[in-house]
Design a protein around this ligand. Sequence first.
Ligand code: FAD
Ligand code: NAP
Ligand code: SF4
Length: 671
Amino acid sequence: MTYPNLLAPLDLGWTTIKNRVLMGSMHTNLEEIPGGFERAAVYFAERAKGQVGIIVTGGIAPNAEGCVAAHAAKLTTNEEIARHKVITDAVHHEDGKICMQILHTGRYGYHPGIVAPSPIQAPINFFKPREMSEEDIERTIDDYVQCALLAQKAGYDGVEIMGSEGYLINQFIARRTNHREDQWGGDYQNRIKFPIKIVKKTREAVGEHFIIIYRLSMLDLVEDGSTWPEVVILAKEIEKAGASLINTGIGWHEARVPTIATLVPRKAFAWVTKKLKSEVNIPLIAVNRINSPETAEEVLSEGCADMVSMARPMLADADLVLKAMEGRSDEVNTCIACNQACLDHTFQLKISSCLVNPRACHETEINYVPAAEIKNIAVVGGGPAGLAFAHIAALRGHRVTLYEASGTLGGQFQLAKEVPGKEEYKETVRYFEKMMSKHQVDVRINHRVNHQELLSLNYDEIVLANGIIPRKLTIQGHDHKKVVSYADVLRGHVVAGNRVAIIGAGGIGFDVATYLTHSQPNENEIRAFLQEWGVDDMYQQGGGLKVPQPEPSQREVFLLKRSTGKHGATLGKTTGWIHKAHLAHKKVKMLADVNYIKVDDQGLHIDIKGEQSVLNVDHVVVCAGQEPDRRLFDALSAEGLKPHLIGGADEAAELDAKRAIHQACTLASQI
Ligand code: FAD
Ligand code: NAP
Ligand code: SF4
């Protein structure tokens, strides 16, 4: 496939952006650690080398009040310029362009000194903001301008002024958070004075030849957010004030609509940017769940925008654009929108990375250099761990044979991709399959290798990535015909009845509940998504919300756990609430503190706090966790061999693909 729209240059009059891809801003926590700017420089330079049109940094505060957290990155003095220069020099060395995002968090900052237009605490923050005085407001505008000037001195090609996602500027614009009665509050014209003045004064200060991107919240997804006519007014004013490009913002952080998680269909919000297309003359940038060159090309060819923003896809693959240019898009390591190593890390104050690419943000630490001594290596298991190991070991020059017992590669990702809303996981399998052939891994599917065979072939190294064994029930009736495993259900070997009990409410229990309560696939998946989560594409009210109308489940499902407390505590930090809300839409009954007694023809007998009952179900699906499969390891060890163990075969407790792939890549980089 070719990408005529995606790869076309974008002429801004006085400068040209080499293609239509903007790497969206992501807070990686690199700027907050010693030596982090040097690491960030390498990370950004790799993306510039990968031909990204223009890069936007993570948010940098224009003053201390606006910082994400106490002592987080800001640019307020000449002394801070030098470390930013390390980044701009590295990107320019690769012939790239980079803009610095100026982010004032307002009431979203995690520190006691936060300020906002009105002293209204955010529902997602435990700090309450101080109300800004008029003097504070004028000073803050000047801080934005000063920050942009310093960015210019540091060599950035421009700035992105963050006006969306519910941060300070957005807090001025929306009635929800701006209850002021002075010239900065009340009517819409007053509420948008703050961003307009920032853009206008910044343009005056930096001159014509400096990019100003304004990130405009086109769909707030909160009550009392902007109406569509208000969005249009603001966009026109921002253009007049001197912005070079307008980027799209979708949803405040406190919105109860998922906007980037994997269950959000690809390009689900491109229609919002398209609505604005005919209203302004400067280029518009579409965002959210655009994760492949194909999807990006569609967004552009459908006339939704002039550029696309891809943020997480650039963590997953620094060379995404280069691969599209060279006709190698089948080699793109696709972001599966899991958030597990990027956003979840950011919120845990860890350095961001990527589940499918552990090198992301760790470019100075993890490197895959040619092997000093070429070895013959056997890899047992073609799940994420085995595939990731085989890929990197072969890339480094080793001769690798990979044995997979089943007829397909992917291991448990073959099951994960069957879960509605997790279809993206098939992309990881596609990527690894391609890497196996590209790096000439000798792949033997339908080959359950045993220890004698491994012994006879005299490998230099044996890597066991043979995964897990699902934990079985031990209660009376565990072998009743109603009792089935999650694998049987997800593989379609068992079609569950109308009433189902799921034992175990971990990640797989939640996924199985999603699978069992899903309705027939809707032909228009974006429409179905917007309907379920209450997003109004007719935009009849401020914020663009309407009453959610999820498709009801055809099955009655019980999701059970033995422990006390709420369901979903072990799910991802930034995605757990989405899974819980989705199952609530489907009216899944969540029971905790359950003691399982037995299964018989009547169903599942349980006891909750001394009260016994029978769940009259057709099937009991066991999702009770997993144990490492150590049989091969034990057999080889008994023969005196020292095989390596990775992934689930090593440790099944709290295993996920992030850990499996990271462990595999680390071993493969050293072997
Ligand atoms: P596995 O994926 O189990 O692969 C082991 C492979 O070894 C299998 O293909 C097996 O056939 C093969 N094998 C076994 N014995 C032999 C032998 N003797 N010879 C040859 N081959 C053999 N993780 C996440 O991080 N995020 C998620 O969202 C997520 N969702 C999930 C959803 C579901 C429904 C399931 C089931 C799992 C999910 N996981 C998720 C977990 C994730 O898939 C696992 O952590 C990961 O697959 C572990 O990788 P692995 O390579 O160690 O093992
Ligand atoms: P899990 O998260 O460990 O959950 C298994 C659940 O089964 C436990 O919460 C436990 O809950 C219950 N359980 C344990 N032993 C039991 C027993 N003997 N009898 C009855 N119930 C028992 O494991 P999983 O759901 O099987 O998932 C496997 C791995 O895949 C996990 O580590 C998970 O991280 C990963 N995964 C991740 C995602 C994701 O979205 N990130 C999705 C799917 C899977 P109680 O003790 O409370 O009953
Ligand atoms: Fe994408 Fe998941 Fe990687 Fe984040 S961790 S960049 S969401 S694949």
